[in-house]
Design a protein around this ligand. Structure first.
Ligand code: PMV
Length: 362
């Protein structure tokens, strides 16, 4: 699909009022997106596990205005309370998507949103939040045009979510989502995420992700700033190429269920992401001493136990501990015995690979 195919056609009757709601999950990248071109176009392709427990629930009540307004009209509630800090983000999002959602200025909206994970957990809610809001808007589009197919709606939701926060385009469906033009996948696109089309061994079906909350404060570098640092970065081109190579390698890994190779790629991607931040100007170290302690303990335990536990990182200090269902008991015991001590207030979240967003009763 091209951008222009997402522009709404005229001639549909929009409802006067109503309410729609969606729950959209977060996702964790295995091959990371870091660096972008204008219009939220990724500098390299990425792939992620969709999560299950970490999610945002958003409801959107809409009431037609007597006449189309010049500005966006909405009230926003986060966890039941008005939240003005989110207003600029929503306005920017609406501005970016207005071309594709022209009914935006024809309504007053009440947006009510909440996260399943604690607010100040250091877990970004932008992916799940933008995905849930995009899906709500698509539900209104569908009310006006009930003939729209599921595939189109998901693709457009991913397309819109990307304009809110790049990685949000991977939070519509499950369980393994690829985003960004990548030659071996003919349907891949810079504009939206798609379900990974190749064979995936069953070992990856029930993968666990225990998220260790090492540092719950605000990140010292936003991802917007981080992506910008990849312009003029001395290693940018090699990094973008590496992402393509890692996707190439993952094809066989997924197909054969080769966990040892999976670990090598996923951990290298996590450390490379942080290496990019550490070698940009200005530079950032987002890992904390406890992040490194956890990584070292995972390495030592893996060697000793012969399990396939591994880690990945977001642009922050928290550690995502990944392991297959068959090793759940042993690895979870290890997490409790050795790793929880390095979490802020002993906090962690038990998550696993999930199947995508769900529509709720409005
Ligand atoms: O979607 P953004 O702009 O917040 O960027 C997300 C970047 C990483 O989470 C670090 C990597 C990724 O691919 O999700």
């Amino acid at each position: 699909m091209t951008e222009s195919e997402f522009i709404l056609k005229d001639g549909f009757e929009y409802p006067n009022e109503g309410k729609v709601a969606w729950k959209a999950p977060s996702n964790i990248a295995l091959v990371k997106y870091w660096g972008k071109k204008p219009n939220q176009i990724p500098a390299n392709p990425s792939i992620s596990f969709t999560l299950n427990a970490c999610a945002t629930t958003t409801s959107l009540a809409f009431q037609k205005l007597d006449k189309k307004s010049d500005t966006f009209s909405f009230d926003l509630f986060f966890e039941g309370k008005p939240k003005e800090d989110f207003t600029p983000k929503i306005i920017t999002f609406f501005e970016r998507i207005e071309r594709y959602v022209p009914f935006l200025k024809g309504y007053h909206f009440i947006i009510e949103t909440s996260n399943s994970f604690p607010h100040s957990s250091g877990i970004a809610s932008s992916a799940s939040g933008m995905a849930a809001l995009a899906l709500c808007l698509l539900s209104i589009e569908k009310l006006a045009n009930p003939t729209l197919g599921e595939d189109y709606l998901k693709m457009k939701a991913s397309f819109l979510a990307r304009l809110g926060s790049g990685s949000a385009c991977r939070s519509i469906e499950g369980d393994l989502i690829q985003w960004g033009a990548y030659e071996p996948i003919s349907k891949s696109s810079d504009l939206y995420g798609i379900r990974y089309p190749f064979r995936v061994d069953s070992v990856f079906k029930n993968y666990h992700d225990t998220i260790l909350l090492v540092h719950k404060g605000q990140k010292t570098v936003s991802s917007t700033v981080g992506h910008d640092l990849m312009h003029d970065h001395p290693f940018a081109q090699q990094r973008f190429q590496q992402a393509h190579h890692n996707l190439d390698k993952l094809k066989e890994v997924f197909e054969k269920g080769n966990l040892n190779e999976f670990i090598k790629i996923v951990e290298s991607e996590a450390l490379t992401l942080h290496a990019m931040m550490m070698t940009s100007l200005p530079n950032f170290v987002l890992m904390k001493p406890n992040t490194l302690e956890i990584i070292n303990r995972i390495w030592a335990f893996r060697k000793k136990s012969k399990t396939h536990v591994c880690f990945t990182l977001d642009a922050g200090a928290n550690v995502h501990v990944l392991y297959p269902e068959s090793e759940k008991k042993e690895v979870f015991q290890f997490i409790q015995d050795e790793l929880v001590a390095f979490c802020e207030n002993g906090h962690y979240i038990c998550d696993r690979i999930g199947h995508g967003a769900k529509q709720l009763k409005g």
